[in-house]
Write a protein that binds this ligand. Sequence first.
Ligand SMILES: *[C@@H]1O[C@H](CO)[C@@H](O)[C@H](O)[C@H]1NC(C)=O
Ligand SMILES: *[C@@H]1O[C@H](CO)[C@@H](O)[C@H](O)[C@H]1NC(C)=O
Ligand SMILES: *[C@@H]1O[C@H](CO)[C@@H](O)[C@H](O)[C@H]1NC(C)=O
Ligand SMILES: *[C@@H]1O[C@H](CO)[C@@H](O)[C@H](O)[C@H]1NC(C)=O
Ligand SMILES: *[C@@H]1O[C@H](CO)[C@@H](O)[C@H](O)[C@H]1NC(C)=O
Length: 492
Amino acid sequence: MQWLNMALFRSRLMQVSLLTNACLIAYLSLEQFFVHESCSQIFTLSPSHHHWNEANSGIQLPRNTAPYYFEQTEFSQQVSRPRDDTTVNSNKVQIKQEVTEHLHASGISNGAPDPPPLSLEKKMFPDFRGCASRPSLPIQSQHGEYWILENYIPADLSFRCDESITYTTHGDYTHLDNIETITSRWQGPVSIGLYAPGGDFNITTSSIMYLRDCRTESIRKYVTFHLIYHTDHIPEKIPTTEELMGQKMNCSVDPPNWMNVTSYRRQKGLVYPINVARNVARRMATTYFVFPSDIELYPSVNFIPEFLEMLKKPDVSNTTQPRVYVFPIFEVEESSLPPKTKEELIKMLDSKHAIPFHERVCKPCHNIPHSEEWRVATVKPGLSVLNVSRREGAFKHWEPFYVGTHREPLHDERLSWEGKSNKMTQAYILCVRGYEFHILDNAFLVHRPGIKKYHRYDASREAIVAKQTRLLKGHILPEYKVLFGTKSECVL
Ligand SMILES: *[C@@H]1O[C@H](CO)[C@@H](O)[C@H](O)[C@H]1NC(C)=O
Ligand SMILES: *[C@@H]1O[C@H](CO)[C@@H](O)[C@H](O)[C@H]1NC(C)=O
Ligand SMILES: *[C@@H]1O[C@H](CO)[C@@H](O)[C@H](O)[C@H]1NC(C)=O
Ligand SMILES: *[C@@H]1O[C@H](CO)[C@@H](O)[C@H](O)[C@H]1NC(C)=O
Ligand SMILES: *[C@@H]1O[C@H](CO)[C@@H](O)[C@H](O)[C@H]1NC(C)=O
């Protein structure tokens, strides 16, 4: 790593790493500053943040860090410079941009004779092009009973906020076998919150390092890992990001065993703080659009370029209500390969090798509005919105998975996975705010193979569910009614 000394006119010398396409200027009272000519983008950090003081002035940043609003409220200034396109973009991204240009031209000429007066992007996301990109700095943050190591193991690539979409997800090390499929289908940034209390921490980091070094390159390129542990279950040792990145895994040794194990969390009977993990993954996503998902849900292919292309078309809705873009979800038999395109999926639905998700467990949770129309609609190239729906009536308990932005509410961190209904608070807020759910015509999710049946009755789990339900109805709902308002059709 190269180093650069930066003189800050009104403050002091700080040693800052020279990044491939971006420079960091940590400042104390910034009026003017020196910028090295090789910096293509510049960003600043607020002096009020306690991580940035003289003691930390030799801090090293990971490569390929991009500009960043450090914390939305604390941020002061960002300066953009012409960017050197050869630095960050992988070949993949370059190809994507060419495809995008091509589709752009044909999209307009095939549609109305005149260019659409107002694209979806201009109408609903006017701040998309000017959005501020952010780097993935390793930061430790404390959330109630949990410590979070944000950007603990960052991806090698970074993306401008307007050039990709981040798949954000969560889990523990026993779920890491899904990452390879997700990255190979998504081909864009992935941000994942992993719960790693006590003795789970070490195997989590060694599993991640193994995946980065010894499996598909896309894991290393795209995935940023955030680790979470409970304050009563502190790992024995927590290496720094630099220490981990300096390690080299021996790929001829057997991989760490993460498939058939009883984790520390299970041994100790700890609940899984699903919403702490969901939230950190989304908060740390550096792109404007984000796709909060579950780690066992595999996306159809080619989504990112097609979604970005869709933004150039006119909006299908005549309202300016906030909206999100919904994926229908399916499951396939254990022995089947999950379909990659809608054509493949339709064939499997017809032959009953695939079914709508949770059809046999909780139909109202995931049954999408207009599902029959979705199934029979002719498959057109590209991506469009098929129908616009709301979380009302027969769909009032719907738990949709969708692409949105950082404007959508986060999840309530008091709710655990074991207690269930942990997405309901977020969905309630969307309902009260009158969100439209725009159902995408060609994109979908497939659950990792294996069709889910009813769970066996588990008394200890039922006790946790009962407790969480009381918390939801007795405390959380009244709070939400005051803060977010009410609507007769919106339920928790
Ligand atoms: C962590 O795991 C590595 C590799 O599996 C092992 O060599 C090391 O001793 C472990 N450290 C601790 C503190 O358990
Ligand atoms: C990697 O592991 C293999 C098998 O255990 C061993 O033969 C080899 O020497 C190791 N390589 C390094 C660089 O440690
Ligand atoms: C998982 O572990 C159990 C008990 O240790 C063993 O019986 C089983 O064969 C293992 N399964 C796999 C796939 O390794
Ligand atoms: C929007 O479209 C709906 C049905 O397509 C129509 O009933 C409504 O009047 C339209 N609203 C506006 C503001 O044009
Ligand atoms: C849903 O979309 C399909 C295809 O565009 C259309 O035929 C159908 O009328 C729509 N349904 C509703 C209720 O808007």
